[in-house]
Design a protein around this ligand. Structure first.
Ligand SMILES: Nc1nc2c([nH]c(=O)n2[C@H]2C[C@H](O)[C@@H](COP(=O)(O)OP(=O)(O)OP(=O)(O)O)O2)c(=O)[nH]1
Length: 133
């Protein structure tokens, strides 16, 4: 049986509405794919708590979790990921890459120029649709 994980991802927007996108490094699972920073929800954690912890570990900044954006399940070759994204606001600091290979701030309409982890596509499409309204 495939392993299943609950995973949270953060949609961080700057003042102009650009979104923070992070590139998974070669030594991570799903290498060289773009994602929303975050990670697996650990036992006993709420999704929001995990996201605050993961962003602190991965990007060294303090964040507040705002609204839920999207939840979906994606079956990869090796694992099944239950993925939820939330908009987060930076309270303190700026993202510094501790684990990712690279990062970029992109306007929502340009998000599709990156190659995303497959579980992230529903969030990417929703963010792109929102700006067209
Ligand atoms: N963080 C994150 N993981 C994602 C995204 N999309 C997606 O499919 N994933 C997958 C990749 C991994 O299989 C899983 C999360 O793993 P991770 O390596 O980021 O999480 P983690 O730091 O808690 O894991 P670990 O290395 O401590 O085991 O979810 C995304 O946008 N952000």
């Amino acid at each position: 049986m495939k392993k299943e994980f609950d995973v949270v991802g953060a949609v961080i927007k700057d003042k102009s509405g650009k979104i923070f996108c992070a590139l998974r490094s070669e030594n991570m699972t799903l290498p060289n794919l773009w994602e929303f920073p975050g990670g697996k929800i650990e036992k006993g954690e709420q999704a929001e708590e995990s996201l605050v912890r993961e962003i602190w570990e991965e990007l060294g900044c303090r964040v507040k979790v705002k609204n839920h954006i999207c939840s979906n399940t994606h079956e990869y070759e090796m694992v099944i990921v239950h993925f939820s994204t939330f908009e987060v606001e930076i309270l303190e600091g700026q993202p510094v890459l501790h684990e990712h290979a690279s990062s970029i701030w992109l306007a929502p309409q340009n998000l599709k120029s990156l190659v995303w982890a497959e579980a992230d596509i529903p969030t990417v499409e929703l963010l792109m649709r929102e700006t067209k309204k």
